[in-house]
Design a protein around this ligand. Structure first.
Ligand code: TRP
Length: 353
């Protein structure tokens, strides 16, 4: 355990699935032992593409589901601090201060923003979405995080954060650490349909909260080698989602090797391959189900974890924003005005009997 801080998180879009686990949660569960951990629930970032009343009405439920899933997955609430971004208004103050440390053309070159605008069906770039990486810099620097583990789509945002930190330090004096990007090692997980990455909007997902029966059904419906119309036809293992999942989730390596060999030789049916996969995924999810039950037993516990984390983080952020304002000379500017105003008031009181 170093005394360095890590910060990462997600927009509150709802329940987590196996793709989230492989892509980021597993990594966080490891890193929480090494760093003091902050996990942001980035609802202000959500607003850059989803800002209807209906979207916003889902924030509390989605935040609760997401936090519960990650606790079930092994995040330890005594090590990690969760916080709701919009409940810390000082973050947006830092965002405002940072907006002048980066140019519009620089932000226009961030590729993920164009993708997000397109995916959200926006014809033109919203101002807030263009500023997405600047707000993210505020998230990261408001707790002076040293490391930021994120997936590929967020790498450019962390790069912008580093530039903002350097620029701030250059203009106003050493204030912020320049945070390191930590790449999540595991690539994206293919969906159960074998078509693209696992994604809620496509529906090709297995949720961490799925029951054993849900898992069996989803696995039974999985895409496999389409050329294999009978069990005695040799099949292709490479790129076959059923075997990709076996490799990732099945703890019984001998069983996986045996299934692959028989699959290639045309000596095993899809049903057996899938039954064993469902059993393996259920073995993998069982400890999460136990932890989930523990958190669900105490009603309101997840809400308390979020609220306490938010309050604790807010106190930290207030400190850091104060430091930033001071470094910039904004505190001094207002203090000068205040002192003069105070003197004026006093001398008026002295002369008027
Ligand atoms: N941009 C992240 C996402 O893709 C969410 C996020 C917001 C974030 N602020 C952050 C991630 C700070 C890491 C650090 O949903």
């Amino acid at each position: 355990m170093t005394d360095q801080r890590m910060l990462t998180g997600d927009r509150p879009t709802g329940k987590l699935h196996l793709g989230h686990y492989v892509g980021s949660i597993a990594n966080r569960v490891q890193l929480q032992h090494k760093y003091e951990t902050f996990l942001i629930i980035a609802d202000l970032h959500m607003l850059t593409t989803k800002n209807t009343r209906e979207d916003i009405a889902k924030v509390s439920t989605n935040a609760r589901d997401m936090v519960l899933d990650s606790l079930a997955a092994g995040i330890d609430p005594t090590r990690a601090t969760y916080y709701l971004q919009s409940a810390i208004p000082e973050v947006t103050e830092l965002n405002a201060l940072f907006q002048n440390l980066v140019t519009v053309p620089r932000l226009e070159r961030v590729p993920s923003l164009k993708d997000m605008a397109r995916d959200a069906g926006k014809e033109e770039m919203p101002y807030g979405l263009l500023g997405y990486p600047v707000l993210q810099a505020a998230d990261i620097l408001c707790v002076k995080a040293h490391v930021v583990p994120v997936g590929k789509d967020n790498h450019a945002h962390v790069e912008v954060t580093r530039e903002i930190a350097r620029r701030f330090n250059y203009l106003y004096g050493e204030t912020f650490p320049v945070p390191e990007l930590v790449e999540s090692e595991v690539p994206t997980l293919v969906g159960t349909d074998g078509q693209g990455k696992m994604s809620k909007s496509i529906g090709n997902v297995i949720y961490l909260s799925d029951s054993a029966e849900d898992v069996r059904k989803r696995v039974a419906g999985m895409y496999t080698d389409p050329k294999r119309i009978r069990a005695d036809i040799p099949g292709t293992v490479e790129g076959n989602p059923v075997f990709i999942y076996h490799d990732v989730f099945n703890d019984n390596a001998a069983e996986v090797a045996d299934l692959k060999e028989r699959y290639r030789a045309g000596k095993v049916g899809d049903v057996e391959v899938k039954d064993k996969l469902a059993a393996a995924i259920n073995r993998f999810l069982d400890p999460m189900r136990e932890r989930r039950a523990h958190y669900e037993e105490q009603s309101g516990l997840v809400d308390e974890i979020i609220v306490e984390g938010t309050e604790r983080t807010r106190r930290e952020v207030q400190q850091v924003v104060f430091e930033a304002r001071k470094a910039m000379g904004l505190t001094a500017a207002y203090n000068q005005l205040r002192r003069k105003a105070e003197r004026a008031r006093k001398s008026r009181e002295d002369t008027t009997p």
